[in-house]
Every structure is written in structure tokens, then in C-alpha cells.
Design a protein around this ligand. Sequence first.
Ligand code: T1G
Length: 696
Amino acid sequence: MNNPLCHVRYLCIETGIQLNVTDNNTLAVIEINSPPVNAISQQLRAELLILFQSLASQDLHSVLLTCTGRTFVAGADIKEMDTEPLEPHLPELIATIVRFPKPVIAALHGTVLGGGLELALACDYRLAVSKTKLGLPEVNLGIIPGAGGTLRLMNLIGVKAAIEFACTGKPQNADEWLNTALIHKLVHKGDLTEQALSFCRQLTLTESKQNTEADFSIQGQYIDWDSTEKRVKRLAKGVEAPALLLNEIKAIYSLGLSFEHALKRQRRLFLQLRDSDQAKALRYAFFTEKKNQKLATSTSSTRTINTVGVVGAGNMGVGIARCFIDAGMDLIWIEQTEEALLRGMDNLRKGYQSKITKGHMTEQDLDDKMQLVKGSTVYDRLAPCDLVVEAAFEDLEVKKIIFKALDQHCKDSAILATNTSYLDINSIAKVTSRPDQVVGLHFFSPAHVMKLIEIVRAENTADDVIKTMLALGVKLRKYPVEVGVCFGFAANRMYTRYGREIQQMLLEGNSIVAIDEAMTSFGMAMGPLTVQDLSGIDIGYQARAKQADKPYDLGYFRPSASMVENGRLGRKTQAGFYQYLASGEKVESQEAQLLVDNEAKKLSIIPHRLTAEAIQQRAMLALVSEGLLIIDEGIVNDISLLDIIWLHGYGFPRFKGGPMYWGAKLGCADIDEKLQLLRHQYSADIWPEVTLSNLK
Ligand code: T1G
């Protein structure tokens, strides 16, 4: 604080809490400075509690609560959630603030989340810097607000709005809540603390204290509970907390419970969920993602990428171009013909138009974005590019021709990247005079939506190229994962192994529908056979055909092969593992099932029907086994990256953490026993020996 009238009364070095007093000792300012995000740890709670307790007996006009750094309190300290709850608990601190005899004012900025918002809601008034984000994201961690945040919001802004905050977990802009009981003043410019102090000084003692608990009143609002429940469940993607919280809210509403009673119930549910498997897995996912982002940006030896070239304006090319444009980078877009280029531009524009229609973008934004793009049919135009991404179709010879041209036309310092899912990047690099500048950038389709990007290190790729690409991945708002060269790299290699096990279980007499249902009830976004229909069964079929030296793969993919051989390529032919009606609706197909059964007969496979749980387990064991093999071979150097791959590349249920987390939870001994059994039942080619101790 720079106010000359202030005297520092108290400073705690460990928590960074500082108490200042001003205005002839009548205005106390408590400032929290606990980087990076002022998370409210046990120590912070204890310090704040003591401060409020000791200030209660002083002759004050008001107290201002504020934070330094990038944000107000962004929530409870998530790191503490794997231990027993530590005293003092947040509700105790909050009750002390609510009972505090003089008004308490919160000055908000940054991201006011979870326990941070609960703390702010305990105060009598809230000022916020314009565009401050307010949220109760607890449900994203598989828990619910544990210190009465939902109840206070119900009281302040109504049940409907409180449901939106607490059951969806989506943060909202403080500006939208100005002149409601949630936000009393917005600060558009100038110093927040200074303006908050003036606000405090203007408070008259008669109107100053609020009491949301005694005035707890939530009746009289119409809520369509059925449709609300459907929406909340849909957004929850299998996480249980949002629907459980909605049930609580409904009970409080319909039974007319007191604040005290309702808080007790919510606290009980919070503590129960805090220890649930879902919450543990979601915390693992949170910290694994943070670790990924930190590692990718932790190095300074990266090059500057300002101008990017993209070669190819097909589906993948459009998605990739959009990633760079959205990151505000200049783009030079190359296609073979004007016609193909215009088609690509048109598709790019259409993609943005649909955002405009939904109100997420303006025509001006579109113009600004299109200004970044320069199209051409000549490679010369790539000369200024710091990075060129080739996004032609999956054909090694085509890619080699393009790379020869890139080598000729791009500046020496340019990084040359190929977007490939399977092809050997070493052999692509070799056609250039600079194999150390060649790297793989494996985007997932649709490239502008999917958050995963594999950064493929070829034999000679230079370290600074990899580091630059990892940092670029984060700039593109993705999770970049460094992988080595092998067929399918890490992601598609694991996916192929998963698919192979699914095919084997099909051949063993588990029906198409049973398998898909087992995997969706496990939490996968889509059943594996529905996914194949959607992406085209012929894609994998052709990729496998190029791998004819790996016969173990081919034999087991007979169900998919027979679909392709019978013209059932998936949704695009209205028939695949399912049938598709003119309306687009997916229905079961006896014909497809018959084709699968015939293949099983031809291969004389003994039927082995499994329960849904056993199907899920076999599929997961296949992923764990292949993942461990990838680690053993050094293709990926950190096992948690394999979970990032599945969370962001294949719609793996976040509340299960990822396949390797799933394996670690089951435990090495259990996994070992199960893999040995499978090795014995099938073969060591399919279920090879792996280093189980890497599961952690
Ligand atoms: N606890 C502990 N560490 C946290 C944290 C938290 N709540 N939030 C962030 N971090 C760490 C993060 O791991 C990273 O560490 C660093 O801060 C910077 O984060 C009682 C029970 C706040 C929007 O869910 O959404 O309150 O990698 O890289 O992009 O009812 O972090 O540097 O070592 O993400 O600017 C509710 C979660 C908790 C907020 C900042 N709160 N955090 O984003 O930086 S539950 C949340 C975020 C709760 C109450 C309940 C974001 C952010 P490191 P960052 P950022």
C-alpha cells in the first residue's frame, strides 16, 4: 500500500498477510500476498482468523480485505485436499467475518474463485476491477463449495443464478453483476485499493452491515427442476458433484431450510466428496496439467515464432491455420491451386461465421483475423516464415516432395514441421539439408478444438526446436507432449492398442452395442465402435495395410476389415458398425453384427462373453500395457504425459484421471497378476513384459 496515512501494524512473512491502519486508526486494511494465486491455505486461514478476532474489539469504522499480485484469493489450497481437513476450517473464518461488528469490504481483482469467492461473499460489500472473474469451480474438482458460497449466492442473486455459478463451475464476469447484491462497485481505472478506501469512507454506519444468514430467504422463484437437472448432468460429463449439489439446492428450496441447517448439510456433502475417487482423480488431472504447462514453458532457450506458414488447406490445414490465427500470429497459407486455396479460406471463414452466429465473435473480429492471413500458390512466399507446418494428406512420398521444396524456399533458421499421425519423420527429415530443424507436430482433429498436440522428436531434431515447439503449444492453448518416433507415436499407438483389444473382444462374442455401452458407462465420451464409424473405418484399415510387416495387428482387426470390405465405412456411407438413418440417428445393425460373428467363426475364436466391467478392465489393461511399453522404449519420458494424451486427445473421463492413473490406482501387484493371466491366455507378443514399477 502506498497510502502515506497508513501504518503497518502487522506483517506475517510466511503467509504474506499485512495489516495496515489509516484514517486515525479507524480503517483497517488486510492485504494478502501469497503468490502465485493467494490460495487460502491452513496458515492463511489461521492468520486471518486471529486478525479478525483481534480487530473485533477495536474501535474501527470498517475493514478492507484485499490481495496483491495477479489475483484475489483463487480458492482453497488444492494441495491440502489430500490430507485431513486442517483447522481452522474456512467456515469458521467466514463466520467470524460475518459476525464482525463493523462492515468488511472486499476489493476484488483477477480470478475470485471457490473459497476466494466464499470469503468475498462473507464480506458486507464487494468492489471489483472491471472484468474480474467470479466463480465457484469446485464441481470441476469433483467437490462442492464447502463454506456456504452456494447458499450466500442463493440469497444474494437468487437460486437460478446460484445454480449457474455452483453447478456448472463456470466463472462469470463481475461487470454483469454490477448493481446487484453481488457487486457494489466496479473499478474501471485507477488504483483498486485507493478506490476501495474511498468507498469505505463513504459508508454510513446505519446502512453498513449486511446479514445474509439471518435474512436467508430464497422462496418465490420458479425453477424448472427437470430441465435444470438435465442440463447440469449433461455439462457434468459424468462428474457426480454437480447433480448432488443441485439435489441439495432443491431440498433446501423445497423444505425451506434455515441457513445454518443448509450449511451443515452442504459441509457434510463437501467433506464426503473431497475424499471421493472422482475428486482425487480430478485433482490429479489438475496438477498434471499444470505440470505439463509449466514444463513446456520453463525454458528460456526458445526461438521467436512470429510468422507461420501452413502448407495445405484441407480439413486439417484449415484447423491448423485457425490455431495460429487465433493466437494472433501472421500466417502464410500455401495450396497447390487457387481453387483449393479459396476453398480453404472459405471453410476457415465459415468456421468463424458459426461463432458469430452464436454471438461469440463479431464481424470486426473476423476481419481482424482474416487480415493475418496471406494465401499463395508459390513456395517463395514462405521466405519470411519462422515455422512452416506441412498439413498435406498422409502419404510419405507427397510429404517428402513438399519438404524438399520447403528446404529450398524457407530461410535457414526456419523450423520445418510435418503434421502426421503415423509416418516416419526421420525419413522425411533426411530429404532436407537440415534434419536438425525438422520436427513432427501432430495435431488432433478438429485441430482448432482438440487440446492435445504431440511434438515429435526425430533422430536429429535439435533441442531448441523441441523447446520452441513445446512453448508454442502452450501459446496455442494446447497441452504439448514430447514424443519419440515410432508407428503412431504415443497417442495413436496407444489408441491402436485399445482398438485392437476392442476388436478381439468383438471376436470373442461381445456385441457391438455391449462394448460401446461398457466403454461409455466407464465414462469415455463415445463408444470405440461409434468413434470408428464417425472417423471412417477405412482410415485405420489403410494405415494398417501400410504396416503389413506387423501381422499381429492385421489378424485382430478382422471385424473392421470386414466392414470396409463390405462397403460399410461408417457414417459417411450411412453404414458401419451401426446403421444411420436419413435423420442421422444411429441404430443397431444386425448385418454388421453378423459380419463380426462370421469373422469370429472363420478364425475359430472361442466365445468369451464378458461383463461390462470386465470389458472396461480389458480395454484399460491394454492401454496400461502399451503405455508402459512406450515408457520402457523411451518414446515418452514421463508417464503422466500419457494421461494428458488421453484426457485431451481421446475424451478419456477426467474423473478417472487417465489410463496410467487408473493403473496406478489398481496397484502394481494387481496389474501384474492380471497381465500375467492375459499373457498366458493370449501371448507375450500381445501382452509383453513391461516395467510395472513405472506405474506411480
Ligand atoms: N490451490 C493450490 N494451487 C493452485 C490453486 C489452488 N486453488 N490454483 C492455482 N494453483 C497453482 C497452480 O498449480 C500453479 O502452480 C500456479 O498456482 C499458477 O496457476 C473451500 C474447497 C487461479 C485461474 O479450482 O483455475 O476453494 O504450476 O498456471 O493460468 O469451497 O490456476 O506454478 O506450481 O493455472 O493464471 C477452487 C484453480 C479450489 C482454482 C490461475 N479454486 N485454479 O490460472 O495460472 S476448491 C480453483 C485455477 C475451494 C472451497 C473449495 C487457475 C487460476 P505451479 P496457473 P493461471
